[in-house]
Design a protein. Structure first.
Length: 335
């Protein structure tokens, strides 16, 4: 960057592999608006109306998101996702083996803007999750309202996503040993504090995922993604500011947050909505075994939560000087 031309333009001789990686990320980024636009486009064409009516009727009676979704291994294993992961790159670090005779609740931190590390490592086989953890069938859980979006919902389910409700998790566990879920604990509210070098987690009041683990006798696994917050810049939105108030109001009305972000472009490095090429390293920690209890007391839940937080800090303290050298502060639990 210089004073005469503040935007750095990508050179024409960028290697094909890097162009392919950028294209993969761009396609993923526009998958939501494109599928929605395509659905409304076919709604305007009388020729497609019988298919549209049949599809809408199917949606009314489709409970797949609450029953583990409809995953397709060929979709998860597509070479496309390798290109996608290599753009940043995103990597997956295993610290211990996981017993495939057990079920697990993976707690993922931080949320970041759109959980990109969680998507890459648990909704795809870009980093060979199934080879690193043989016998573990993983489901990334998300808000049920995301499955109300025509066509996009089918894309999500093909990648192994399902509803984040406790009933959905129980049905997945009931499928058999090794069937496990990933819950992004901080939720969308955490995205509003996601900015480079900052590791503020919304965790202290999040007890639902702990209860899910105890009520199903599933072990808790802390997962931390270094760099998840680094790939986009976000406009200042201090709590109480006008922008924060607007974003909070949108969240109350819709359940979604709208971080005002910027990154890079397809052909420049300083302006656009593409994420920056910054490394994300997802570390899977040691499992915390819990005793099955269909109706755990608050004291029991808090006791297990403390062990989980200790496990999360263990990951942080062991790897922060390796994967978070440019951090602006320490890991902080904000609420």
């Amino acid at each position: 960057m210089n004073g005469r031309f503040p935007v750095r333009v990508a050179p024409l001789n960028v290697p094909f592999e890097r162009r392919r990686q950028t294209t993969a990320v761009f396609i993923w980024l526009i998958s939501f608006p494109v599928t929605v636009a395509f659905f409304f486009f076919i709604c305007t064409a009388p020729f497609f109306w019988p298919l549209v009516v049949a599809y809408v009727l199917f949606l009314l009676f489709d409970y797949a998101p609450e029953n583990g979704g409809r995953r397709f291994e060929f979709a998860r294993k597509a070479a496309f996702w390798k290109w996608f992961a290599d753009y940043f790159p995103v990597r997956l670090v295993k610290t211990v083996d996981l017993d495939p005779s057990k079920n697990y609740v993976f707690g993922y931190h931080p949320h970041g803007i759109i959980c990109l590390g969680a998507w890459t490592n648990f909704a795809t086989e870009a980093n060979d999750f199934s080879k690193l953890f043989p016998g573990i069938t993983i489901y990334l859980l998300t808000l049920l309202k995301n499955f109300n979006i025509p066509l996009y919902r089918d894309f999500l389910m093909a990648q192994g996503l399902a509803s984040v409700s406790k009933e959905s998790a129980k049905r997945i566990f009931d499928t058999g040993p090794g069937h496990s879920v990933v819950i992004v604990v901080g939720g969308t509210v955490e995205s509003l504090s996601a900015r480079p070098g900052v590791y503020d987690l919304t965790l202290l009041k999040r007890l639902g995922f702990v209860k899910v683990a105890i009520c199903n006798g599933a072990s808790l696994v802390p997962v931390f993604s270094f760099g998840e917050n680094d790939i986009w810049e976000q406009l200042a939105n201090d709590k109480g500011s006008k922008l924060w108030q607007m974003q909070d109001k949108v969240k109350q009305l819709s359940g979604w947050t709208i971080p005002l972000i910027h990154g890079r472009g397809l052909f420049n490095y300083d302006f656009g909505l593409l994420p920056h090429r910054r490394s994300i390293v997802t570390v899977v920690g040691k499992p915390i075994d819990v005793e099955y209890d269909p109706n755990p007391s608050q004291e029991k839940v808090l006791e297990v939560q403390k062990k989980y937080i200790d496990g999360l800090y263990q990951i942080w303290n062991e790897y922060k000087d390796v994967y978070a050298k440019n951090r602006k502060g320490e890991l902080t639990l904000i609420e």
